[in-house]
Design a protein around this ligand. Sequence first.
Ligand code: SF4
Length: 329
Amino acid sequence: MLKKHSNLAFFIPHLGCPYKCVFCDQVNIYGERRYPSIETVRQTCEEYLPEKSDTTEIAFFGGSFTAIPRNMMIGYLQTAFPFVQEGRANGIRISTRPDYIDRDILSILKKYGVTSIELGAQSMDDKVLELNGRGHSSQQVKDASRLITECGFSLGLQMMLGLYGVEDPFEDSMKTADAFISLHPDTVRIYPTLVVDNTELARLWEKGDYVPLDLDSAVMISAKLMRRFRENKIKVIRVGLHSEMSLQQQTLAGPFHPAFGELCESLLCRNQIEEALDGVKEATVYCSPRLLSKVKGQKKSNLEYFNQKGITLQVIPSDEVNSLTVVHP
Ligand code: SF4
């Protein structure tokens, strides 16, 4: 049986960030958060980590961990590392910018038990990166990724779809996915671009210079990306932003849905069934119980979809099936 991975996560905002990504307002996205104190990190680890765990990581998220003041970064790591040494967590995960990775930084991270590094790459098109004010190039993503892998860390890459300045969201996403695949990440995260209040993107949207993806297109592209990554044995660990209340309140436009990942998984199931049907009008779908709601779709939308096409499906959950299998009569 697979053991479920979990993160004990701390959000480290980059309050003094010198960059100006058009889509970003970290305070709005994550609420009025401040840096957690070292003592808060220690107490939280003490309280929430189990006695022993080989499936829990201590995570420092926020996207710029190696760009915050160095003494602060080391302070967090020095606090978290003893819990890894005691076996209460099996490693430390961080997320950061590709231009804040070099051999010196990696040797510090290694010394304090960091095992996984996620890079906010967002796109592998330099023009798109520039238009979105990212302040790094696709070459820096490639260089940082190779260094991370070479130094023995697990590599994660994060991408966004529907960014400002993208001419063809589908093509841009697939190109970014292919560039990611060539870098052999262990994990990816996929985020649709949202228009958050008080950002440059909000101003562009108000002027009519930016049109966000609609929900159906974002789900369709994300599902294709998930499939491509999975075919290349890359784990998709997140699709869509967390449905935090502050994010919902601050989102002015864009393909936000509280169960975005579930919608994508449902579409993947629908596509898989449709391909297996191969024109047949009646079939039985056996699926793992964990996939049942996705096979049926949100509010049974997949069953409705096939029904409207005159296709009769019987869906049966089965412990014998790992994913889903379609049997024709
Ligand atoms: S997303 Fe961009 S602007 Fe926001 S914290 Fe990260 S680097 Fe800075």
